[in-house]
Ligand binder design. Structure first.
Ligand SMILES: [Zn+2]
Length: 352
């Protein structure tokens, strides 16, 4: 299903491209760099209701996206090289780097061959709590439960509330309401237990999605040694940091680096904030990432890199390669910079 917001975004992306506005905008704007954001890269995405399909792109699209950008003059660098580039204040040809959140196994199996063919480095951000199963991939778990069931009860302030999942429309509404409930109404630390309780009542293995879809530590050890791969941190439990008190938010950031260092033998210098949107990361989280010794941190804010970002390395915006927009035309429009002020209340320089 295409939601209304998505239809409008597509109209904007197509409109600025077909009218030639993006080409004009690009000609008038100095070109800097772009951090591309991926999650899954697979020919077999698993999203029974299509709700999480934005998280998966096809390896062929990744191939076309990198090829188009190379044709357009982009050099693909590692995150360390991007830092050098920004600090060096270099101009000239535009630069890009790839990042992928959460550590999906298909990053190794299906994305890496594409990256090898282009010699394109990637930084993969992992959350140790998701890797070792102490928290579940809740967005996949609730989509699977809602797809399978006709309805269930959840506990809300006023008591038990029935969630209707009897039709496709009801299932989509149920997902939106449950997502809202889990991310805004219950405490971050209670979220996992609530999802596990619902999974148990639904005879669904809450650990299944993480076990089936994410790399384990042994796989990560092999993956991390590849010349094109950098492992970054993604906090321990993938909590929304902004909803945590200071001490817990700080621990989530530093403990992730400590655990990854112990498991993989190298302390990560780069991190991505979970969720990465305005309600999940702000100035406090940026400071905590700096205190933990990270060199860069990325958000999910929509934006391009400019040399000014050498002063804001812990609040870097990205361009999402979204499963719902698998078009190199859309990508080139976003890289022109024209969509940045549209997505950021008029701002062209994006941090947090
Ligand atoms: Zn994530």
């Amino acid at each position: 299903m295409i939601d209304r917001g998505e239809a409008i975004r597509k109209v904007i992306l197509n409109g600025v491209r077909w009218t030639g506005l993006s080409r004009l905008y690009r000609a008038l704007t100095p070109r800097g760099g772009a951090i591309l954001m991926l999650h899954r890269v697979t020919r077999s995405p698993t999203s029974p209701l299509g709700i999480n399909r934005h998280l998966a792109i096809d390896p062929d699209f990744l191939d076309r996206a990198i090829a188009s950008m190379k044709c357009d003059g982009y050099a693909f660098l590692s995150m360390d090289e991007i830092v050098e580039y920004l600090r060096g204040g270099r101009g000239g040809s535009p630069v890009a780097t790839l990042t992928a959140d959460d550590g999906y196994r298909d990053n190794m199996r299906e994305a890496l061959p594409v990256l090898e063919s282009h010699d394109a480095p990637i930084t993969v951000y992992v959350a140790p709590g998701l890797i070792n199963g102490s928290v579940c991939l809740w967005w996949n778990v609730i989509e699977e439960i809602i797809a399978r069931r006709d309805g269930f009860y959840i506990s809300v302030k006023g008591g038990a509330e029935h969630v209707d999942c009897s039709t496709i429309a009801a299932k989509r509404l149920a997902y939106a309401n449950l997502e809202h409930h889990l991310t805004t109404q219950v405490g971050e630390l209670d979220q996992d237990a609530i999802v596990r309780q619902l999974a148990a009542a639904s005879q669904f293995d809450a650990d299944g999605p993480a076990r089936d879809l994410l790399m384990n530590w042994n796989e990560l050890r092999v993956f991390s040694r590849h010349r094109l791969v950098t492992i970054g941190a993604h906090t321990v439990h993938h909590y929304n940091l902004r909803r945590l008190p200071d001490d817990l938010a700080a621990r989530e950031i530093t403990d992730a680096a400590d655990i990854i260092a112990l498991e993989l033998g190298e302390r990560p210098a780069h991190m991505a904030f979970p969720y990465g949107y305005e309600a999940a990361v702000g100035g406090r989280e940026v400071k905590l990432a700096a205190q933990a010794g990270f060199v860069t941190a990325t958000t999910t804010r929509h934006g391009l890199l400019s040399n000014e970002h050498c002063n804001d390395l812990l609040a870097l915006p990205r361009i999402s390669l979204n499963g719902r927009y698998q078009s190199t035309g859309h990508l080139m429009t976003m890289l022109s910079g024209i969509t940045t002020p549209i997505a950021n209340r008029g701002k062209r320089y994006v941090t947090v």
